[in-house]
Design a protein around this ligand. Structure first.
Ligand code: GH3
Ligand code: MG
Ligand code: MG
Ligand code: MG
Length: 321
């Protein structure tokens, strides 16, 4: 019993779902213009996979554009109406379908075309006459691999997200900014467009923690992050650098506009209390810097930082440009 349980667990952890164990219930698209042939193949797969039949490359393209991707494409190398080799190279050259598994069905004595198909990135092939068990086994294998790599891709994406998002506020974190800012600087410099940076630091935040407790402090940071998010355009980026310090990256924003945005934020925060613990009034100090011809991401950030420092030094609750 223990051996069986372990085996099941191993299979589960590989694929994630019980139904994946044998690679069944996949969405299979069959490109076959001959109705007798497509009927025969569909019947072989039915009960194990969900089969959709299309008659041409165009029909497949329309389907790929309008629906979620299938798990597998099966194409007939012998078809006269569509060129399966052209189909393969087209699917492989498009970023969206590069990973889509393809299985081709080859007539006997077509080794050259099979070799060409494999070169183009086809995942597997079957030679006529088709044996049902072999077909089912090869299809299942492709679907299993597809799900495995999809799960891998998904968990990789989750990992990246976890590493670049601040869990308290949901804003991007310093690590994300470090990847984003050099690219934003390069893009703006290349296109000759303005780029401004705003560093915002909450004034005397330590007092809020001291007076209301750390949990309330956390809630204030969350609410403040929400206000930042609401005041931004879609192209802007808000990051939490750490503690009670934030950065806004503002493309197409000259010094005067950056100043207006910072002043608006400063006024909003100082006049509308944050709705935590019966209302907490905050003030912020902000520093603006705009990309100059000799700036790098580091010097830009440094100047905005120095501006905040100067805002603190000159009495807080102010914007320095
Ligand atoms: P200043 O006006 O000079 O910026 O004063 P300040 O008190 O805001 O700045 P200081 O750097 O002296 O202290 C920042 C405080 O922020 C200290 C730290 O305990 C608090 N803090 C940092 N991260 C968090 C957090 O995630 N949650 C809470 N509740 N407090 C935090
Ligand atoms: Mg400080
Ligand atoms: Mg502070
Ligand atoms: Mg600080």
């Amino acid at each position: 019993l223990r051996v069986r349980a372990q085996t099941t667990l191993a299979i589960l952890s590989e694929d994630g779902f019980v139904s994946d164990v044998v690679g069944t219930d996949g969405a299979v698209v069959l490109i076959e213009e001959n109705p007798l042939e497509s009927d025969r193949l569909s019947r072989m797969l039915r009960g194990e996979q969900r089969v959709t039949t299309v008659k041409s490359l165009e029909e497949l393209a329309a389907m790929l554009a309008s629906q979620s991707q299938p798990d597998l494409v099966i194409a007939d190398l012998a078809s006269r109406r569509h060129d399966a080799l052209r189909l393969c190279s087209r699917l492989r050259s498009d970023e969206a379908t590069r990973q889509l598994p393809i299985l081709v069905i080859a007539p006997t004595d077509e080794e050259k075309r099979v070799a060409r198909a494999l070169e183009l990135g086809v995942n597997d092939y079957l030679v006529r006459p088709i044996d049902r068990n072999e077909l089912l086994a090869r299809v299942r294998t492709q679907i299993k691999r597809r799900r495995y790599s999809e799960n891998l891709r998904r968990s990789l994406q989750e990992t990246i997200e976890l590493a670049t998002i601040d869990p308290l506020t949901g804003l991007h974190n310093r690590r994300f900014l470090e990847g984003h800012l050099p690219k934003a600087v390069e893009r703006s410099a290349q296109d000759g467009r303005a780029l401004s940076l705003l560093v915002v630091d909450i004034d005397h935040f330590k007092h809020i923690n001291d007076r209301f407790g750390h949990d309330v402090g956390d809630e204030v940071l969350r609410e403040f992050a929400g206000r930042l998010r609401e005041s931004l355009r879609a192209s802007d980026l808000a990051c939490r650098l750490g503690g009670e310090e934030f950065v806004l990256v503002l493309p197409d924003t000259d010094p005067a506009s950056a100043n207006v945005i910072a002043e608006r934020l400063r006024l909003l925060v100082s006049t509308t209390p944050i709705a935590v613990a019966g209302g907490i009034r905050l003030t912020i100090s902000a520093g603006c810097a705009t990309l100059g011809p000799y700036d790098t991401d580091a010097t830009l950030l440094k100047r905005a930082d120095m501006a905040v420092y100067s805002a603190k030094h000159n009495g807080r609750n102010r914007v320095v440009t």
